[in-house]
Design a protein around this ligand. Sequence first.
Ligand code: AGP
Length: 611
Amino acid sequence: MCGIVAYIGSREAYPIILKGLQRLEYRGYDSAGVALLDKELAVYKKMGKVAELESSLIGTNLHAQSGIGHTRWATHGEPSDRNAHPHRSSSGKLAMVHNGIIENFAPIKKELLQKGYEFESDTDTEVLLHFIDDIYQNDANNLEEAVRIALKRIVGAYVIILLDQDNPDTLIAARKGSPLVIGIGKNEHFLASDASPIIEYTKEVVYINDYEMAIVKPDELILKNPGNERITPFITKLDMELAAIEKGGYEHFMLKEIFEQPTAVFDCLRGRLDAKKGTITMGGIDQHLDLLREAKRIIIVGCGTSWHAGLLAEYVLEELCRIPVEVEYASEFRYRNPVINPGDVIIAVSQSGETADTLVALENAKNKGAFIFGVVNVVGSSIARLSQAGAYTHAGPEIGVASTKAFTAQLTVLYMIAIKLGYSKGTLSKERYQHLINELAMVPDKIQDALNEAASIENLAKKHQDARDFLFLGRGYNFPIALEGALKLKEISYIHAEGYPAAEMKHGPIALVEESLPVVFVATRDIYHEKLVSNAREIKARKGQVLAVITENDDLFEEIADDTISVPAADELIAPLISVVPLQLLAYYTGLAKGLDVDKPRNLAKSVTVE
Ligand code: AGP
């Protein structure tokens, strides 16, 4: 969940590491730090955002050609200077950064305390560093061996990178569970949690796998497996441009990514959906069409917004393919010992492809014989590499912590899967198949139309910015969108918000309705429309404020609701791809009106790589 960067080569390390930390700050922003090695090892760290570290170092001699850096999402030990990374060994000669959680740090700490070690912080990371240093001082011939011995005792997830004052030309790195990418330059190497800090220097990268160790020198990258055997690094070429990870003139990444959705959905459809030919071509599906067609059950696994995409896909897959579908929170699915039978297909939905709960849930299911199909945005990520087949969402890098364009791209992929599978199974007629293909092809333009309502949505956000609570209601395909709208508002504005199937209101939540409560209806025209109108009347009868996302020219809801946001008409099955956009904007503008950091909301991180 933290962001890690390192550099070794002939350039000044500090500016490269600092910019890398700024690019990775969406992974955690509780504290930041760097360790630089010139003649001596120097460690600088500060509570708060990377900008605070940067300003605290103005005027300091930061010359060095190797260094490590860290931006933190606190797990063990509250955000503070002393709990910030890098940590330093008691010998003072080692510095280490870590992303992950050491689950068995307490017994190891006890042993080290008995040996007289003292701890400056409350972190699990410092325990691992002293443990490595203890083995280095007493039992190992070199740091690499000490790290290998130590990690054999470790339970948990980690990427660690160590800097050693006695070996200034070598970085030692190791990975299990958390992501690590190494960029290959000319007589230099870049190490990072993902490719965004590396892209401006090189497009040649190596994704490090679990239990692998890297010994990195300016002109050499040695990879070793757990058996201490050398393995040949598999070099991948990044197909990402620097502009994709810049704000491009927008005030926030979140707003940029919301407005990128017409392009993101178009890129997701491109080369796959051909409305003229009436075809959907998806390599990952085509190669396994028989298996998917005969699937006894589909289990969709994900977290947060990705789980909401899965929930909507449940409705669509059952409707079009007549295959039983279950949607699972990965964190529950990984521990509840689920029944998995041969013929079961697991669809894993993840933007980052690194979410720990989803990753481990898939590993467990794979070990039980399930077929894993990944729907992932980040190319080369762990979930993508673990899946037996998959489809990338091609939404481009998503930097804002709140997922927006990745969500609509996930839905686009899941819709294409359902339409293609339904037609090939014969559970979807040729006419409906062609109709849905045409509808999907029109989505980018309809999203653009919805984005044109941004100004009026900003006014609504300002009107309700002081609300203490919000309710989001929807039925059928719009229920998962109500959940997503509530999640976006919570994440970005810190207003308590809940999403419900509208008919559930009468079974309790309607007790919350009072004059000050905004109730958002996701009310695009569908078979539930009349029923939703009655639900809205029930809210109005109790003086609640009704704000509705409606299909344009819906006079009935215009008459009932206090405020409406119109979106273009679309097939009821496709409409959620469009009706979510006003809810993303509502959350964004509410956070903006409240003066909050919409790209880095408190307590959150973009990719949850720890349990
Ligand atoms: C959504 O805005 C959040 N960032 C969060 O709920 C996210 O969807 C969840 O952590 C899953 O992440 P993933 O898609 O990268 O696996």
